[in-house]
Design a binder for this molecule. Structure first.
Ligand SMILES: Cc1cc2nc3c(=O)[nH]c(=O)nc-3n(C[C@H](O)[C@H](O)[C@H](O)COP(=O)(O)OP(=O)(O)OC[C@H]3O[C@@H](n4cnc5c(N)ncnc54)[C@H](O)[C@@H]3O)c2cc1C
Length: 388
């Protein structure tokens, strides 16, 4: 794919067409091999970086496009249509970048990393989930110990997307001291003491490189602390949760859109020669396709409303944030299950390509906060109980 040299920031109107070109011409080309071999989508990430798309939410004063959550959701959805793995890697990168951008103006020490992200030469991700507290990411058990101008981190992280390819992690630990639930850190991936015990071999999102990561005496400057000691929980709830919820719902919507379009095309063009009819001539098949379209559009509409709520500070924002992931994850299970059904054995034999969507869709519901935890949170909000 030929790209104009990245000389200036992207404006909003350029983002979606550019994301569409990158998705169709690069991401989609490698998606099947990424899935089959469980390999990281290097080609796609290189072009996402070179095109400026990885830097769209970075502030203009560090060389980024200064665009909002809506633009990031648009990119992630369009990329995930072509490849769920690449969509989720991009989702995690923007989620981590949102933290750095939220703190950046108050932490001049972050400027170098922020400039690199804006220029598309630095990939970041979240390293929250741990072996001990599992999907309860808000309760890290890993530790941070002060040692002069440094801090020493020890951890057993259970899942980190892009673990071997990211340049940095937005990392959680218990506070060094004090009462808060956690403290966040920017941990360079080249730090001595980081290790990956085993490669990732997942059911879906197979190109994600979502491995466990161990930290044994990892030493980073104390200046890499993100916010004050003990305020990690506030950053998780105030910044990471809304961004990750909307972006990850965007991945689910992209996967649903791909499954719906591929299934409809298969049913419209695949015939019973002895009957002179197509699959799409069967009313049952048409009704299933209609359910897929409706579920996909429901999820997209709720996502659109959630982004509006977040970006305008609407009073119902937290409820929408909790709802949007649960809804998108559940709808994507149903849509991709129906895609497998209407495409029959052709789908089972991987001829249609909806099997990848079926497998990729299964991650959203178990990524934290998981769908069942979200149902609990929404229920607590409804009956007036505190979430934690
Ligand atoms: C593809 C993929 C990529 C990931 N990438 C990252 C990443 O980049 N960074 C990161 O930090 N993490 C990442 N994760 C981890 C993710 O966020 C979860 O922490 C992880 O999937 C939880 O798996 P577990 O086996 O520990 O679940 P468990 O915590 O053991 O949960 C098992 C079941 O119990 C349910 N459950 C747990 N608590 C409750 C509750 N209170 N109420 C009701 N039900 C409950 C869950 O919903 C689930 O159904 C990734 C996960 C996947 C699958």
């Amino acid at each position: 794919m030929s790209l104009a040299p990245l000389s200036s920031a992207l404006v909003l109107e350029e983002v979606l067409p550019l994301a569409g070109r990158v998705a169709d011409e690069v991401v989609a080309t490698h998606a099947s091999a990424v899935d089959t071999h469980g390999r990281f989508p290097e080609e796609a990430l290189a072009v996402l970086g070179a095109s400026g798309l990885l830097g769209i939410i970075s502030a203009a004063d560090v060389g980024g496009s200064g665009l909002s959550l809506r633009a990031a959701v648009d990119v992630v959805e369009r990329v995930a249509r072509a490849c769920g793995s690449t969509g989720m890697i991009t989702c995690m990168h923007y989620s981590a970048t949102a933290v750095l951008e939220a703190l950046g103006p108050r932490q001049p020490g972050l400027e170098g990393v922020r400039r690199d992200i804006a220029a598309g030469r630095h990939l970041s991700t979240l390293a929250f989930s741990e072996v001990g507290s599992r999907s309860h990411f808000w309760a890290p058990l890993s530790t941070a110990r002060a040692d002069g101008d440094n801090v020493v981190l020890d951890a057993r992280k259970s899942w980190v997307t892009s673990s071997r390819r990211a340049d940095s992690f937005v990392w959680s630990s218990k506070p060094i001291e004090g009462e808060g639930a956690s403290t966040l850190w920017l941990v360079p991936n080249r730090s001595a003491g980081l290790s990956v015990p085993a490669p990732f071999d997942g059911l879906g999102l197979r190109g994600n490189d979502s491995t466990a990561v161990n930290a044994d005496g990892v030493r980073i400057p104390v200046a890499n602390r993100l916010g004050a000691d003990g305020v990690g929980f506030d950053l998780m709830m105030g910044t990471v949760l809304p961004w990750f919820a909307a972006l990850s719902a965007g991945v689910s919507v992209g996967i649903m859109e791909a499954a719906t379009q591929k299934a409809a095309a298969h049913c419209a063009g695949t015939g019973f020669a002895h009957l002179g009819a197509n699959l799409g001539d069967l009313p049952t098949i048409r009704a299933y396709l209609a359910r897929m379209r409706i579920r996909t559009d429901q999820a997209r509409t709720l996502l659109d409303d959630t982004v509006t709520a977040i970006t305008t500070g609407r009073p119902d924002t937290m409820l929408r944030v909790l709802e949007v992931r649960a809804s998108a994850a559940e709808n994507s299970l149903e849509v991709t299950e129906l895609a497998m059904r209407v495409c029959g054995g052709a789908a089972f034999r991987k001829e249609v390509g909806v099997d990848r969507a079926f497998r990729d869709a299964r991650a959203a519901g178990v990524m934290a906060p998981t769908t069942d935890v979200l149902y609990d949170f929404v229920g607590k909000a409804l009956v007036g109980l505190p979430l934690f």
